[in-house]
Design a binder for this molecule. Structure first.
Ligand code: IMP
Length: 442
């Protein structure tokens, strides 16, 4: 029995979808604990591509219970589209549960998200425009609408009449946008409520019950450590807590019931949206990584910025999340390169810095210090064991593990489930006693 958190160790898009999909095989329950439809998982099963924004990828397994926890924000329109898409593909959604205390993204959240980005001009965050920040802002401001409010027609009418009038003042006076008609929004959302009602429960009770029944629970993080509201590259972050600690708050389970934390990182680095990115590559190699890695956002289709692997943020993610082991994804994207750089430390104003600086202004001044490793210049996507990897690729993995001081449990070499090397079962293997890729115990 193990309750496991899977988190992104970089700026999101690390390939968590594939890793959680793989691990979901051993999970009885999968819980999504933060974020909203800003996230996107692309999953390939038997040649079919699935794009999920809110529903955990565990839904693809008929016996797995999937829970959208209280720390998420839910855009009902998108969620219903996802449900329809799955049902059309004959994938049952009978095992889905939605937290009654998760907050609901409303039309004014999406409008304010886009309008505030415009107003910010050069200072924009580069958000996904899905209303995530404004939904969480209302949660903190205590003007949010929760799933349980949606289920109570009379209460919702009363609450939304007041809230929409309040939001209309902001839309009109601050952003020069047309006001919303409260009655139209109320009727639209009451329609969503009827479709979603069968799924909405107190999910913290369900999760606790699963713990008592000694079920395996997988907590699936969206985005990544460097996009965390408290621990990321603020202000260029999302508005929730993707780090492992967020899993407890966002699901309603105490930390003593978590058994281990698995990180996911690409073999290089990507970032969407604005904000400093010390190892970013602007030339040919960046384009090659983008092309070979198909680096376009699942949610917005935006081109992702690409760069070398950054072990400073890797070490930081290991520390902040208390990571037990890590999955390295997309190693095959590096196959053609003659030489590969790894950022081992930063230089800030002439001084060497080994740790991630929490100030964004300081982070913007960081220059990467690289160690150059030889590439392997051959295909690795067919490899299924560490022994089949070219020695340079193995050296590369060993170097990353040593720099971050974390064992590598999984190596991914392509989008399909089978393009994977399982070094050690990350859930049932001995905790913190996994092996480095070279076979040296940690
Ligand atoms: P928001 O979450 O839409 O508010 O966007 C805030 C920042 O997080 C922007 O830089 C987005 O590009 C980034 N972001 C949000 N969700 C994801 C994701 O799933 N992958 C990568 N970046 C994301």
């Amino acid at each position: 029995m193990a309750n496991v958190i899977v988190i992104g160790a970089q700026w999101g898009d690390e390939g968590k979808g594939k890793i959680t999909d793989l691990l979901s095989r051993s999970a009885d329950v999968v819980v999504r604990y933060q974020g909203g439809v800003n996230a996107g998982h692309t999953i390939v099963v038997q040649g079919q591509t699935f794009k999920l924004h809110l529903i955990p990828s565990g839904i693809l397994y008929p016996k797995t219970e999937c829970i959208i926890g209280c720390g998420t924000v839910i855009d009902p329109q998108v969620l219903i589209k996802e449900l329809d898409q799955l049902e059309k593909l004959n994938i049952s959604t009978a095992n889905l549960l939605i937290s009654q205390t998760a907050h609901v993204t409303m039309p004014y959240h999406r409008m304010i998200d886009k309008a505030s980005e415009e107003v910010r001009g050069n200072h924009k965050i580069g958000t996904t425009g899905r209303g995530i920040g404004p939904t969480y802002a209302d949660k903190s401001e205590r003007t949010g609408i929760r799933m349980l409010d949606l289920m109570d027609a009379d209460g919702l009418r009363e609450q939304l009449e007041w809230t929409i009038n309040y939001k209309n003042t902001i839309l009109e006076k601050l952003y020069n946008l047309p006001p919303l008609d409260p009655q139209v929004v109320i009727e639209e959302y009451l329609g969503y409520a009827e479709r979603l009602r069968p799924f909405v429960v107190d999910t913290s009770l369900q999760i606790y019950d699963a713990v008592l029944r000694r079920r395996n629970i997988l907590f699936e993080g969206a985005q990544g450590t460097l996009l965390d509201l408290d621990h990321g590259t603020y202000p260029y972050v999302t508005s929730s807590n993707p780090v492992a600690g967020g899993a407890c708050v966002g699901s309603g389970l105490g930390p003593t019931m978590i058994d281990r934390v698995i990180g996911v990182s690409k073999a290089y680095t990507t970032r969407v949206g604005e904000g400093p990115f010390p190892t970013e590559l602007h030339g040919e190699i960046g384009d090659l990584l983008g092309d070979r890695g198909a680096e376009f956002g699942t949610t917005t289709g935006r081109k992702r910025r690409c760069g070398w692997f950054d072990a400073v943020i890797g070490r930081y993610a290991v520390r902040i999340n208390g990571m037990d082991c890590i999955a390295i994804t997309k190693l095959d994207v590096l196959d053609e390169l003659e030489e590969i750089n790894v950022c081992v430390a930063y230089e800030i104003d002439g001084e060497r810095c080994e740790h991630f600086p929490t100030s964004a202004r300081m982070f913007a001044r960081c220059r990467p210090i690289y160690k150059t490793l030889p590439g392997w210049q051959m295909s690795t996507s067919h490899c299924r064991t560490l022994e089949e990897l070219p020695p340079q690729a193995l050296d590369y993995l060993r170097f990353l593990a040593e720099l971050m001081d974390v064992p590598i449990a999984i190596v991914s070499l392509g989008a399909s489930r089978d393009q994977t090397i399982i070094v050690e079962d990350p859930i049932h293997g001995p905790k913190r006693a996994l092996l480095h890729p070279n076979g040296t115990p940690v």
